[in-house]
Design a protein around this ligand. Structure first.
Ligand SMILES: [Zn+2]
Length: 173
């Protein structure tokens, strides 16, 4: 079942997610629902706190350009190594229609547990390294707008002002 994704400025997005202590049926079901949500919303990744769950888990679509997506779950992930820096366009399911140029490492080595409680190490580069860092940030309550370049500041201000207006209108009703 697809979950609804929290949209900025939902307070859950600024919360640092708690480590997963036991990987059992509940986590299994959560990961399954997160993957379905990510694919339904056409996202490259999704963090648990984006669906209101206080757990250090994110999922990634590792084959975004293929018809049959391969999804992976990262539980209690830790970045072991990062190198290089590359700027690229980034979006976020919690910020519909906002795209910003963000600098991220070119290569990332990550450690995480899978659904079978097995630790694994994965090296990713390019768009997947970008996605890993974006989702790691989510788990720490950090959002991609926090990394916006000066050249994007004006666009970002407009976007956020638009959001604030929407919230006001909703509250007035
Ligand atoms: Zn995001």
């Amino acid at each position: 079942m697809a979950l609804s994704v929290l949209k900025y400025p939902a307070s859950g997005l600024r919360k640092k997610a708690a480590p997963v202590e036991k990987i059992g049926e509940e986590i299994f079901n959560l990961v399954e629902a997160m993957i379905e949500t990510m694919l339904t919303e056409d996202g490259l990744g999704l963090a648990a706190n984006q669906v209101g769950k206080d757990s250090r888990i994110f999922v990634l679509n590792t084959t975004p350009r293929e018809e049959q997506p391969q999804s992976m779950a990262f539980i209690n992930p830790v970045v072991l190594h990062q190198e290089g820096e590359v700027k690229g366009e980034e979006g976020c399911l919690s910020f519909p229609e906002l795209y910003l140029d963000i600098a991220r490492p070119e290569k990332v080595r990550i450690y995480a547990k899978d659904l079978y409680n097995e630790g694994f190490i994965l090296d990713v580069a390019g768009i997947l390294a970008r996605a890993v860092m974006h989702e790691m940030d989510h788990l720490n309550g950090i959002l991609f707008i926090d990394h916006a370049a000066d050249t994007d500041r004006e666009n970002l201000q407009k976007y956020l002002a638009g959001l604030a207006k929407e919230v006001e209108v909703r509250e007035e009703r």
